[in-house]
Design a protein around this ligand. Sequence first.
Ligand SMILES: Cc1cc2nc3c(=O)[nH]c(=O)nc-3n(C[C@H](O)[C@H](O)[C@H](O)COP(=O)(O)O)c2cc1C
Length: 402
Amino acid sequence: MSDRKTKENIEERGVSRRDFIKNVSVGAAGAIALATIAKKDHLEAAEQVKKVEEAKPKGQPLTMEDILKNAREKLYPRCRVCHECDGVACAGEVPGMGGIGSGQSFKNNYIALKNIQLNMRTLHDVKKVDTSITLWGEKLSFPVLAAPTGGTTYNMGLKGKMTDDEYIEAVLGGCIMAGTIGFAADGIGDPVEVFEIRLKAVKKYNGKAIVTIKPRTQEEIMKRIRMIEQSGAIAFAIDIDSAGRAARALPGQTVEPKTLKQLKEIVNSTKLPFILKGIMTVDEAEMALDSGAAGIVVSNHGGRVLDYTPGVAEVLPKIAEKVKGKTIIFADGTVKYGTDVLKLMALGADAVLSGRHLLRGAVGGGKDGVALMLNRMRTELIDSMVLTGTSDIKKVNRKIIV
Ligand SMILES: Cc1cc2nc3c(=O)[nH]c(=O)nc-3n(C[C@H](O)[C@H](O)[C@H](O)COP(=O)(O)O)c2cc1C
């Protein structure tokens, strides 16, 4: 039965996507479940998936299917671990894993990136490719970093299933295993003790991480910068797009938009490179440059802060046109496949961040899960570079885009 027919069948039975995806796994096991669903109820399909899993010989290496199945068990109903993470099933679920309000900003990230098409070229001599980049003296195997993701309890619903230290160790450790680095978050609802837990992990991994701070008061930011300096982190970021709660901040959790003067104060307060995360317009990218920021993240926070923003892939080229080469440009938004990485790099990013996808790797498989997902993404990137005639990821350009 075709995918379309299967979908119709599900819809006829009145089984929504939200309910359906709770009960089936993905990959090979998911395919078996999809075939079964034509004849039986979806709950029976879930039973069958379980049996397939149980019948697997023990001691086998972790597979993508195992990781996603574990992740779904732990994250449901906060995340349904859909095959395509497009913001549909979880629309409006913030706190949670979705996009805010209608979920349109999250969906726009997905749509904008999917709408970029690649020119396939095979008449060339590119057989070996270079995927490496260097960030502030740190050589990375490929240009993908784990995005900061905070709120193991209030966003991910992991209370009693995974602790904050287990989570951050999985994210940062998995990145290091795959030859790259990750961001540590500063969740708005997280007390300073949780921030300290993350810094402990950064220290444990010899500072091979970038630490994020919420756009708190200047005084609080300075305090946290001192803590980050102690951890040995490579750089720090402020997710300035978290300033939306300025008008209704809770005591001790003040966040605020920042002026150019305040940004300069932050830049001048430390030797650490500063990254401004949450830039979506050309004028603000130029302001970030003026402030002395060493990098920007073109991001709408995964569509979690303001409804109806465009997708990142839509605004990135205009921003890159103005600031490329003057500051490091990171970009994020539904990055899962190697081709997603290649597309954002071709549109002007110097490196990309992956959030929800690696979050699922961390929850479903710990650091091995994160490393496996990253390694798969790198393999896909290598293949797509050959098939677009791209020998060096640092030199990729718009010619590979249709
Ligand atoms: C559950 C969750 C928590 C997040 N927490 C933070 C955070 O604390 N700080 C931050 O800068 N971004 C945070 N983000 C945004 C991500 O860093 C990233 O910008 C966004 O999710 C887009 O990437 P993705 O589509 O690959 O998930 C969070 C995202 C999610 C899904």
